[in-house]
Design a protein around this ligand. Structure first.
Ligand code: GLU
Length: 392
């Protein structure tokens, strides 16, 4: 079948591919423990589900405005004010089918052929592909565990060219789990304010999943002068265990948001009205459910960190947030014959230990694997036992 050049240049999402593979093996009766997808294992809180049922029962089942129901957008405006101390008006907000669609729309709305997008590596698997789908070029800015996988002002400055049009910033990071703190953001912000044409795409989807009482900061909190050039990307999936509801949102300059709206009007029309009602309830509800979930993630992270680091050839620093352990497996690859890279190790773990993880190369960092701890402690204990059995 003849397909477009665009699609032959696009990779399938590695996180989704690995999760599907795990699911297929489970359907065949294999006892796979899937640590591949970044998806909360908790159920969506009851009050959120009730809001969706009420929406169905009261007939809120029709198209909504392209950019989202006004009362949901108002709830998002309030969220930014109360949680982030940021001021937006409703026309600066768009509701999309997941944060992913907001990122996609943003790239479609602002990038052209020849534009460069700086992506700190390791990165979430979909960033480069979404950038390529908008004809722009992803430029990877490599980081190491020495800087907690974060770029510095100096590295950023050296990476900027005349063609740079966007920086993708993700904190807490998927896959590294590290957070850009106030000092990091100040340093980066001081560089970016000299380049007003560079859009800062701030993917804040893990903002609530932070451990050890650390605080989330958006770059605008430390550099308010970046307001016009920053677009915040967020959603309810991770914080409220609502991945399947597909509600994300973006906030930024009204011209950019209007352009994103135009794209949405010609692609999805709007996102699901029922899910929007649920998202409104989520944002207006209490934060207790979130903190209960985050406490659990933290316990799991502590367990994984202490147990995995006991395995010869494995090392990694404890993540500060998100629900991923981004584990250096260099020593394991070196000591086990027949395993030459992180892909082969992930395959080995799947076949021999029946544990699904995602190879680090998919995130731009070979010799690592990403382990999601968005699964029960029992599952993690079982997975660690299996990994120890085969890796010794
Ligand atoms: N963002 C999650 C992950 O990295 C969900 C899957 C996806 O869309 O990539 O696993």
């Amino acid at each position: 079948m003849k397909l477009s050049k665009r699609i032959s240049n696009t990779k399938t999402s590695a996180t989704i591919a690995m999760s599907m593979k795990a699911r297929e093996l489970m359907a065949k009766g294999k006892d796979i423990i899937s640590l591949s997808a970044g998806e909360p294992d908790f159920d969506t809180p009851e009050y959120i589900k009730k809001a969706a049922i009420d929406a169905i029962n009261t007939g809120n089942t029709k198209y909504t405005p392209v950019d989202g129901m006004l009362n949901l957008k108002e709830a998002i405006v309030k969220k930014f004010k109360n949680e982030n101390n940021l001021n937006y008006s409703a026309d600066q907000i768009i509701v999309s089918t997941g944060c992913k669609q907001s990122i996609y729309n943003l790239c479609q709305a602002t990038l052209d052929l020849g534009d460069e997008v700086l992506i700190p590596s390791p990165y979430w698997v979909s960033y480069p592909e979404i950038v390529k789908l908008s004809d722009a070029t992803p430029i990877f800015v490599n980081t190491t565990s020495e800087t907690d996988f974060k770029i510095t002002g100096k590295i950023l400055e050296e990476s900027i060219t005349k063609k740079t049009r966007m920086l993708l910033l993700n904190s807490p990071s998927n896959p590294s789990g590290f957070i850009y703190n106030v000092e990091d953001l100040k340093e980066i912000g001081d560089v970016l304010k000299n380049y007003p044409d560079i859009i800062i795409a701030s993917d804040d989807i893990y903002e609530h999943v932070i451990f050890n009482n650390k605080k989330f900061t958006n770059i605008q909190n430390v550099c308010p002068e970046l307001y016009d050039q920053t677009v915040i990307l967020n959603g309810v999936s991770k914080a409220y265990a609502m991945t399947g509801w597909r509600i994300g949102y973006a906030a930024g300059h009204v011209d950019i948001i209007s352009a994103m709206k135009k794209i949405q009007s010609q692609s999805t029309s709007c996102t699901c009205s029922i899910a929007q009602s649920a998202a409104k309830a989520a944002l207006e509800g209490g934060r207790k459910e979130i903190s209960d979930m985050v406490k659990e993630y933290e316990i799991r992270s502590e367990f994984l960190h202490s147990e995995l680091n006991k395995i010869e050839g494995i090392s990694y620093k404890k993540p500060e947030g998100s629900f991923y352990a981004f584990v250096n497996v260099d020593g394991v690859i070196n000591r086990i014959s027949g395993i030459n890279d992180d892909f082969e190790l992930a395959e080995y773990l799947l076949n021999k230990a029946e544990v699904a993880v995602v190879p680090g190369t998919a995130f731009g960092s070979p010799n690592h694997i990403r382990i999601s701890f968005a699964t029960s402690l029992e599952n993690l204990q079982k997975a660690v036992r299996r990994i120890k059995n085969i890796l010794g």
